[in-house]
Design a protein around this ligand. Structure first.
Ligand code: ZN
Length: 134
């Protein structure tokens, strides 16, 4: 019975931000004891997302956020009264889940890849659910 769902807490500090959660997910994989399988990561929020992208140059993350703001402006005559439609749209563009292979108890990622929690309506305390499957 290794089917537990782990909950990670992510504290974001900006309105929009890409936060590297790779080491947190790796810790969960280690804790689960699963050596060969896959890990599923789910973001249960409607104004945040998940993605995999480059970890070597932090300018990549800021370029992504900069261009996203051009594609989906913060204010654009949206109807949603809460005022955070841009964040909802970005969440749907990025998606809310990731699946990564696990082998030898480690995540299978490309050399420059990291897992990112994408904050689009922060700063907030967020949760990320992680399940490791054998
Ligand atoms: Zn809203």
């Amino acid at each position: 019975m290794k089917s537990k769902i782990y909950t990670l807490t992510v504290n974001t500090s900006e309105r929009t931000q890409l936060l590297d959660i790779t080491s947190k997910v790796e810790q969960v994989v280690k804790q689960s004891g699963v050596k060969e399988g896959m890990v599923h990561i789910f973001n249960p929020h409607t104004t945040a997302g998940l993605t995999i992208n480059e970890n070597a140059d932090p300018d990549v993350a800021s370029d992504i956020l900069m261009e996203l703001d051009k594609m989906v402006p913060l204010n654009d005559g949206y109807r949603h009264v809460e005022g955070n439609s841009a964040a909802h749209i970005k969440s749907s563009l990025f998606g809310v889940s990731l699946t990564v292979f696990v082998t030898g108890g480690r995540l299978v990622l490309g050399t420059w890849q990291s897992l990112y929690f994408c904050e689009f309506d922060g700063p907030r305390q967020r949760k990320v659910l992680v399940k490791v499957i054998e």
